[in-house]
Design a protein around this ligand. Structure first.
Ligand SMILES: *Cc1c(COP(=O)(O)O)cnc(C)c1O
Length: 216
């Protein structure tokens, strides 16, 4: 699908849900995509991108950004504390703040560096063993803990279980965000971004629908 088709699907879903035009930002997830495809999408005017790994982003984004200085890159994948400093220098936002240890590390580095990317707390809405994220029941306390550390928490993020209707998870995430006074809601991927827009997503993370299948 082309970038413009996806943008028009998002626009239609916003109208259908009675949300203002432009309420949802499209993050083009460029992980494991060939550079020429990413450049095509940059050339079409897309400015917001998502990556899964610090290492991969560090390898490709400095060169892309030299050519497209207005491009912004968000980290979507898990972050090890030993890569946190590098991540803070590379990304405009981090969607995977998923544990107290990482919050403490980011808070310390933010003090040292005098800046911090926008942060989304990842919530494990499906309470899956193998998935990272804060459990829904612990989310309010964790957001409060992060705020006490002066971290710039702007929203919540979730990745619903693959075999369940995502709308239930999207609705739960939106509810937790609302009761914590958080505006950002990062949810929805290639297969379900319109449902996410319907339920209040401010950021949808779309990879394969824009770029095609990824290299594995
Ligand atoms: C890869 C990835 C996406 C994009 O997935 P697609 O199905 O290709 O749209 C979105 N969010 C996260 C966290 C991802 O890792």
């Amino acid at each position: 699908m082309s970038l413009s088709e996806i943008q028009s699907h998002i626009a239609k879903a916003e109208v259908a849900a009675g949300r203002p035009a432009g309420a949802t930002q499209l993050i083009a997830v460029s992980k494991r995509q060939p550079d020429d495809r990413v450049l095509e999408v940059l050339e079409q005017g897309q400015q917001l991108f998502g990556e899964n790994q610090v290492q991969e982003a560090a390898g490709k984004w400095p060169a892309f950004r030299a050519r497209y200085p207005e491009a912004k890159v968000h980290l979507l994948g898990p972050l090890q504390t030993n890569k946190a400093r590098q991540a803070m220098g590379l990304f405009d936002a981090i969607h995977s703040l998923d544990r107290p240890k990482l919050a403490n590390t980011l808070a310390r580095l933010a003090q040292e560096e005098g800046h911090c990317p926008d942060l989304f707390v990842q919530v494990n809405t499906g309470e899956e063993e193998q998935k990272s994220g804060i459990l829904p029941a612990d989310a309010d306390a964790f957001v409060a803990e992060c705020r006490a550390l002066d971290l710039p928490i702007v929203g919540l993020m979730c990745i619903p279980p693959v075999d369940e209707e995502p709308s239930l998870h999207f609705a739960l995430l939106a509810k937790i965000a609302a009761r914590n006074g958080l505006e950002g809601i990062s949810m929805g991927m290639s297969g379900d971004y319109e449902r996410a827009v319907a339920l209040g997503a401010t950021h949808v993370r779309v990879g394969s629908a824009i770029f095609g299948a990824r290299a594995s």
